[in-house]
Design a protein around this ligand. Sequence first.
Ligand code: GLN
Length: 245
Amino acid sequence: MKISKIICAAIASAMVLAFAGCAEKEKTTLVMATNAEFPPYEYREGDQIVGIDAEIAQAIADDLGLELVIEDMAFDSIIAAVQSGKADMGVAGMTIDEDRLKNVNFSTPYTTAAQVVIVKEGSEIASPADLVGKKIGVQLGTTGDIFAGDIADATVERFNKGFEAVQSLNQDKIDAVIIDREPAKVFVTQNEGLAILDEAYTIEEYAIAVAKDNTELLDQINASLAKLEESGKLEEIIGKYIKAE
Ligand code: GLN
């Protein structure tokens, strides 16, 4: 009896060890947090999430030998998802920004972008300086939201999706929308009677957000991005979605 108890205990502890070993097994997925409402960077095509960021993330996952998993969420939930480890990285046309840098690290930038102003054709708003005192629509938690808050006497209307801000402008509920240039171009093509002001509001850079303590992944992403840039693959992906004017 005694001996079999000892054997049982030995088997039990071996099983516990085996389980512990399983839990620590190599990671096989690379989870990307995004907000698939941001063409041409991430948007839905049928049940697929496609776009520049989706393809860049896929190329990085391929390079690292990991399976890409895309988690679609509100834009302003992405940083928290990365911080908590729910996602490994945020790839969402995300602008490098001082405040965000307090909570996450950013990879090397993979593209230059801009905030632009969308107005109704024939609007009295002819340049960003004319936005003073106006009703401005933005997407919640974006750099457009931050900038609009700095405009004197402006009223800022925050929407969950950039497209909803554009619809509101279409319905004359607001005077202008501040949003990233490439989505702005897509939204303006989909809605008649809108125009993008020639003068950009700001120039920014997009990068991939990674948890502060995950410097190993940050280094791997940066190495992959460097390879993609050198091989011309990055330019190829961007060129597929953004046609030169
Ligand atoms: N580039 C903007 C930002 O980082 C908007 C990104 C987005 O809406 N996906 O805030």
